[in-house]
Design a protein around this ligand. Structure first.
Ligand code: AHM
Ligand code: MG
Length: 335
């Protein structure tokens, strides 16, 4: 179905029938994300040149200082999605509350809600390390014609209809799934077109990379410590290689291509870890599963968790299936 050298535009049209609801709206939604990503990419790429880096002074709901580019990316994605008649609501990691989009005729007739982290890993911008955008799409559950409610956003990950990420790296890539596998498109910046460069992306069942911020080791639960010891043991194909960029999109992207596990566990200081269920973990979990990998909170499937609040955090174990299962075994045994 997917041909190399195909553009993202061609791919979307060709695969429209395979989308769960084939009215074309989801295709248009992916299209607007593609457009916003190009604009954000342009800004991210010149971040070192202009005086746009650095903290804007605001703090977001997590109490973190916002970088200027966070604000910019947030505005661009919201603007692009709002201007098209597709989305009825947006929740962003950078906004305390969700946004209701009534549509041009103020009739609330659009079907989809988008949840996103517009610029993840933004503390890496100042040091020229890859950052990313993460998005997650659901069909609203409340009736069309009425304003969205919190219920539309607090859906478990297993109800996502699409999810993806954009990585602003050595190349800019858009990687997404609509539940029919994972495909990656690389932007040719000279002509502004994304090409299908990574068709049908897969996590290998086993891998040899583990990615975790080991600086927090002393605060990790016993099970995570045991798993790290397992990764470092001189046995069979171990020790594994440790790679941690501190930019979720880049760490997961590398591990999907090379085989590996990413862990952001709970700790004695932060029992639920750092990552957000709705903006980071669910979309990455959907991609991981669609690529044959696994995503867990250490004990259960990420996508089966019923969210209770917009900015909820959750421990996150994601990557090659056998590695995640081994980490879960360590968590269980340490209970
Ligand atoms: P952010 O949404 O504030 O950018 O935080 C999320 C990022 C992830 O990209 C990354 O994996 C993690 O935070 C790194 O955190 P730490 O520095 O604690 O290891
Ligand atoms: Mg983030």
């Amino acid at each position: 179905m997917s041909k190399k050298n195909q553009t993202l535009g061609e791919f979307i049209i060709e695969n429209q029938q395979a989308f769960p609801y084939s009215s074309g709206e989801l295709s248009r939604l992916i299209n607007s994300i593609r457009l916003a990503a190009k604009v954000v990419n342009h800004e991210v790429n010149k971040a070192g040149l202009v005086d746009i880096t650095g903290a804007v002074g605001d703090t977001n709901i997590q109490g973190e200082e916002q970088q200027k580019l966070d604000v910019y990316a947030n505005q661009k994605f919201i603007q692009t999605l709002t201007n098209r008649e597709i989305v009825c609501g947006i929740a962003s990691e950078e906004n305390d509350e969700y946004i209701t989009i009534q549509g041009h005729n103020k009739d609330h007739k659009n079907k989809y809600v988008v949840l996103m982290d517009p610029l993840d890993g933004s503390s890496n911008i100042d040091v020229n390390v890859s950052v990313g955008t993460i998005f997650s799409v659901y069909r609203r559950v409340t009736p069309i014609g009425t304003p969205v409610t919190m219920e539309d956003f607090l859906q478990p990950g297993n109800l996502q209809v699409a999810a993806g990420y954009i990585i602003y790296g050595t190349s800019t890539m858009l990687v997404y799934t609509t539940g029919h596998g994972v495909n990656g498109f690389t932007l040719n910046p000279a002509i502004g077109t994304y090409y299908l460069s990574h068709p049908n992306m897969k996590f290998s069942e086993d891998g040899n990379i583990y990615s975790v911020n080991e600086g927090n080791y002393a605060q990790f639960p016993r099970g995570v410590k045991d798993y790290i010891k397992y990764c470092q043991a001189e046995e069979d194909d171990r020790p594994y290689t440790s790679r941690y960029i501190g930019s979720l999109v880049s760490d997961i992207h590398r591990n999907m291509i090379k085989g590996g596990i990413y862990i952001y566990p709970g700790s004695s200081k932060y029992p639920d870890g750092k990552l957000r269920l709705l903006y980071e973990c669910n979309p990455m979990a959907f991609i991981a599963e669609q690529a044959g990998g696994k995503a867990s909170n250490g004990f259960k499937r990420i996508m089966d968790i019923k969210p209770t609040e917009l900015h909820e955090r959750v421990p996150f174990f994601c990557g090659s299936k056998n590695m995640v299962e081994k980490a879960e075994e360590c968590m269980r045994n340490a209970k």
